[in-house]
Design a protein around this ligand. Structure first.
Ligand code: BES
Ligand code: MN
Ligand code: ZN
Length: 499
């Protein structure tokens, strides 16, 4: 388990900045003017920061930093000068926090934030810094002795110095729960499939019970009784039992129907009998990314005691080739009753989601549904790794989600649904088939799911295949699991259900 760095709040006035150890972070504004804390450090270091901002190379943009190593006059190993740029917004704050995280040397971090920006922006900056410090090292047997990695994220303290530390702490509160949820998601996604089996995943979710989430794990016998044959067919070649896990957070009024969050949780996707090529297959440990996001959101909602009713439903299965595995050509009956012709056993996510969507509607009569899935390579071809594509049946709900995504920086692009795409998945032998050919692969997958959504239920499908992992590190995450999607859904719950 990876813990976020804890943040402590202190009054900046009267604090001896010369004595801060580790990293001392100070700020300049867009005009290169030093904040009071930066001015104090400038005096202590004999004018080094004044020279830095006077250099024409110094562009005061979000994310610009300058590092002084072992400067004389202060105890810190590094003084980092940062700037939020002109008229900073939430995105600028996140970019700056991420840039500071990347500039850090070993040891604790002190941020002298008095006079930098309002408390909300400073909180978002500190949040981004904490997110960028994530480092999954559960399987590293040797502790790094030097460099920034020598301090695990949970051991590194962040001291936030502010004009009003109590107001700063209040502004940070909303982000503390979010950081824990994002780390929970990232840990799940980074776990290898030999460790994170369907059962190990379910156990981690059962532990959310301690936070007040009602967790229920359905096994294969129960799923068989429910008729979840589409989901079970995907997992029948694996030694790990298939599961549906239901997580309920009932923080709202009794009479309010819940928002349902649905997640694809394929703990490993070999493709099954329609096996994937070897190259890059190891990345398919992330094919439970949708379930990972749903789980992270449930954790956030419980930690911050959200005043909303939300139910998370995830399907945990492993797609393996085996004597018992499903084959191309098989026809299975879904929980809804519709029959599915399996053209390609690698199009397994939609079969899992078909039963999850139906189960969630039958049991919980949700007011709205959002599903997340690493569903198609076609989505990655369409939008790359920069944005996730989403599909929606209801324009108002789509607008609410888009606003939440915009505010939190989870970048998205709306994709179309439509009858001609649904035509592509008509089957000669059954009601539908599980692939619709190469063209519009992400959309035909969405239309497959659409068939399992009842008329009138506002539904959003988010294909996160391209954004669940990142290969170079971003402003908010190091290389690997991104935690993409947790922030926007938390924001959606706030705005739509708690507003
Ligand atoms: N899990 C994959 C999709 C995927 C691809 C996720 C790349 C992340 C990165 C999914 O189960 C899959 O294999 N989809 C197939 C569908 C096809 C057989 C219709 C695909 O996209 O190739
Ligand atoms: Mn697949
Ligand atoms: Zn898959």
């Amino acid at each position: 388990m990876t813990d976020p760095a804890p943040i402590r709040f202190h009054k900046e006035e009267g604090r001896d900045l010369a004595g801060e150890k580790g990293n001392l972070v100070v700020f300049a504004d867009a005009a290169g003017k030093l904040t009071p804390g930066a001015q104090a450090v400038d005096r202590l270091t004999g004018g080094a920061l004044g020279r830095a901002v006077a250099d024409p190379d110094f562009k005061a943009k979000p994310g610009t930093t300058r590092t002084l190593r072992y400067p004389s006059g202060v105890a810190a190993g590094a003084v980092i000068l940062a700037t939020l740029g002109k008229d900073p917004d939430r995105a600028a704050a996140r970019k700056t926090g991420g840039a500071i995280a990347r500039a850090l040397v070993k040891g604790d971090v002190t941020l002298a934030t008095a006079g930098v920006a309002d408390d909300a922006l400073v909180a978002e900056l500190a949040h981004a810094l904490v997110l960028r410090l994530y480092d999954f090292r559960d399987y590293k047997t040797a502790q790094e002795e030097n460099g920034p990695e020598s301090t695990p994220p949970g051991k590194r303290k962040v001291h936030l110095l502010a004009a009003d530390p109590r107001a700063a702490r209040r502004a940070q509160a909303r982000f503390a729960a979010l950081a824990e949820g994002v780390f929970f998601t990232r840990d799940l996604v980074n776990e290898p499939a030999n460790r994170l089996t369907t059962d190990a995943f379910a156990k981690r979710l059962e532990a959310l019970g301690k936070l007040g989430v009602e967790v229920e794990v359905l096994g294969e016998a129960e799923l068989e009784k429910l008729g979840a044959r589409a989901l079970l067919a995907v997992g029948q070649g694996s030694d790990s039992e298939s599961r549906i896990v239901v997580m309920r957070w009932d923080g709202g009024r009794k009479k309010d129907a819940p928002l349902a969050l649905i997640g694809k949780g394929v703990v490993f996707d070999t493709g099954g009998i329609s096996m994937k090529p070897a190259s890059g297959m190891e990345e398919m440990t992330m094919d439970m990314g949708g379930a990972g996001v749903v789980s992270g959101v449930m954790r956030v909602l419980a930690l911050r005691k959200a005043k909303a009713n939300v139910v998370g439903v995830v399907g945990l299965v492993e797609n393996m080739p085996d004597a018992r595995a499903q084959r191309p050509g098989d026809i299975v009956r879904s929980m809804k009753g519709d029959t599915i012709e399996v053209i390609n056993t690698d199009a397994e996510g939609r079969m899992v989601l078909a039963d999850l969507l139906w189960y969630a509607q039958e049991r919980f009569k949700p007011a709205a549904m959002v599903d997340l899935a690493t569903l198609t390579g076609a989505m990655v071809i369409a939008l790359g790794h920069h944005r996730a594509g989403f599909f929606a049946t209801d324009d108002a709900f789509a607008a609410e989600y888009a606003a939440a995504a915009e505010a939190t920086g989870d970048e998205i692009w709306r994709m179309p649904l439509g009858k001609p795409y649904a035509e592509q998945i008509k089957s000669r032998l059954a009601d539908i088939k599980n692939t619709g050919g190469r063209s519009a692969g992400a959309i035909t997958a969405a239309e497959f799911l659409h068939r399992f959504v009842r008329d009138g239920v506002p539904w959003i499908h988010i294909d996160i295949a391209g954004v669940t992992l990142n290969s170079n590190g971003t402003d908010l995450a190091p290389k690997g699991a991104s935690g993409w999607g947790v922030a926007a859904l938390d924001e959606l719950v706030r705005a739509k259900l708690e507003g």
